[in-house]
Design a protein around this ligand. Sequence first.
Ligand SMILES: NC(=O)c1ccc[n+]([C@@H]2O[C@H](COP(=O)([O-])OP(=O)(O)OC[C@H]3O[C@@H](n4cnc5c(N)ncnc54)[C@H](O)[C@@H]3O)[C@@H](O)[C@H]2O)c1
Ligand SMILES: O=c1ccn([C@@H]2O[C@H](COP(=O)(O)OP(=O)(O)O[C@H]3O[C@H](CO)[C@@H](O)[C@H](O)[C@H]3O)[C@@H](O)[C@H]2O)c(=O)[nH]1
Length: 639
Amino acid sequence: MPSLTGALARSFPSSLSMASTVSPGASTPSSWTANHWARGTPDTSPPSSRSQSPELKSKRVEVSTGESRSSGSQNVEPVKNICFVGAGFVGGPTAAVIAFHNPQLIVNVVDLNEQRIAAWNSSHLPIHENGLLKVVRTARDGTRDTTVSVPGRRGSFELKARQPNLVFSTNVIAAIQEAEMVFICVNTPTKMHGIGAGSMADVSAIESATRTVAKHAKEGTIIVEKSTVPCGTARMIQDILRYHRPETTFEVLSNPEFLAEGTAVDNLMHPDRILIGSAQTLSGLKAAAALKQVYGAWVPDARLITVNTFSSELAKLVANTMLAQRISSMNAVSAMCEELGLGADVEDVSLAIGKDTRVGPKFLQAGVGFGGSCFEKDILNLAYLAREMHLDVVADYWLGILKINEYQRERYVRNVVRELNGSCRGKKVSVLGFAFKDETNDTRNSIAVHIIKDLADEMPREIAIFDPGCAANEILEEIEKIGLRADQMERIKICTSWRQSVADAAAVCILTPWKQFRGCGVGHQAKASKKGTSLGDGKVESNGDNWTEMDILKIEDSVNQESQIVSEDPLGRLRPLAPCPEGCSHCKPAEDAAAAGETVDWVEVAGMMNEPRWVFDGRNVVDPLELQGLGFRVRGIGR
Ligand SMILES: NC(=O)c1ccc[n+]([C@@H]2O[C@H](COP(=O)([O-])OP(=O)(O)OC[C@H]3O[C@@H](n4cnc5c(N)ncnc54)[C@H](O)[C@@H]3O)[C@@H](O)[C@H]2O)c1
Ligand SMILES: O=c1ccn([C@@H]2O[C@H](COP(=O)(O)OP(=O)(O)O[C@H]3O[C@H](CO)[C@@H](O)[C@H](O)[C@H]3O)[C@@H](O)[C@H]2O)c(=O)[nH]1
């Protein structure tokens, strides 16, 4: 087996003791360090058995479990003002969807990054997600008075204008001062320096945001930990709050986010579950009920799960680890299929096992490995926790998922180089796809960047990268971080169309499963493309006096269906966007946008590439037989 690099090589020695692993910041009391939880500071979330005590039962906040979209609890004052600290991939969309469904609630989203906030206030949002601009515009800009005719109903209804209730700004302190509930949504990357580097979560942004909250929040503000964090972080937050405000009591909730990029709005609109962890005390449960009420505006009660804080924090790490484990399992199977040489196909194996309802069909797609900002860091975080508790066998079990991931992408590069006769010199290699997955512009920890680094070591004539969703400067920035030499950087070219990328290439590497790459020349075999984001789902329930945004979405869906034109604003509710300034760098020329979205024509590609016309399909998106018929040599994953 090849030697492992990156995250695993930086991993911690198994003998590291808990006491030696954490160095608290100068201004931080030692008990604040979240990764320290196993040391045994008193638990603020008593065992669940304690919550069943008669005293607690009698005072317990009512939590309904029906399918209705009720608040979940009748005796909790609804919050009127909430604040999101961190306007990133999670903070921005989550705040927007909460504001969208709770028009009476003021939602402030604050960030230290001025550029990011400016983008949230423009028509070019910093995050590209299906349906996001509409949700943001509705809540951020408000809507106009509209007359609505519902298909299949007689007469029309007046839909009142909606006032703006979503504000993006850099006024962190002011927004915290006003809020009754503060969501901490800052980044929690893997620590890169010092003790625990490469494995432990860096919670410094959480500490810093909490200090600001501690200094400025009003009494009784509920703090919601939205970021993915090590177990025990809620207690760290609680300790920081107590240190700065010993006279005040704050409740800290854990409310991890499960959205996936590329489907963020759909996931937020129709979550499988909303997980809320709280202290199992009367005030903890009351705080949880207040948060349930916010989500209860659109999420059925049965999907609002309340547990204790630690279970909630742990569940998030385990959820990501288990999803990644499924992918690694199939990637391991793909290596076996390739070596068996008997025609076993990993896609067939996925199909067969996914039909078992105990397994299910999702997350069984073999490929070049999983990327993104979450899986790797969360697995490292979970393994670190196990290691700290001296559960080395458990830690190694989790780390095996990452081992397979690295092995898979190294195996891919080895196969590319081997098929190109052991040398890339003088050859142009086209890379189709740079984002860590399709339908997103996120390039963080993309598998592509690791593969490009390994390919660059082979000194090809050129590596020509094209991604339909990523801006050229974002791709370059990410590549610059991997530390290529100047003579390697010279060979990297970012293309604005697939044509530029494949012209004169000896090989094409498909690294992101964008539907455009499946092809039009071979359309009848291409897999069905994903459906667009449908924000509504089913029957309109209201009679017109009391429309919820969910009702309006359903009406919009039926108007679209009737007119057979998919419009983002079929009722004409949205206020017009402010025009962009002259020469706006985000307004792509129309021809660039068209070229980016264009489906690859493999017949044309065949005429543009040089021999030996290899297609290394790292995501199994093309039909190998069809492409072979066009004169390509094709190597997929696990086939
Ligand atoms: N990206 C995802 O799909 C996803 C999904 C679920 C959970 N998560 C978790 O959510 C958290 C946030 O992830 P993200 O992808 O949104 O990160 P991000 O880097 O996109 O956004 C974090 C934002 O927080 C801001 N910030 C940092 N410190 C701040 C402070 N003290 N005050 C104000 N703003 C501050 C940063 O400027 C940045 O804009 C992470 O813990 C991540 O693991 C991410
Ligand atoms: O069958 C599959 C499914 C995914 N992937 C790859 O796995 C990576 C992650 O994909 P995905 O999980 O869809 O995207 P993320 O945005 O990283 O979402 C994950 O990480 C988030 C952050 O914690 C969680 O909230 C989500 O629930 C969890 O799915 C990508 O490189 C995919 O190409 C595969 O290789 N095979």
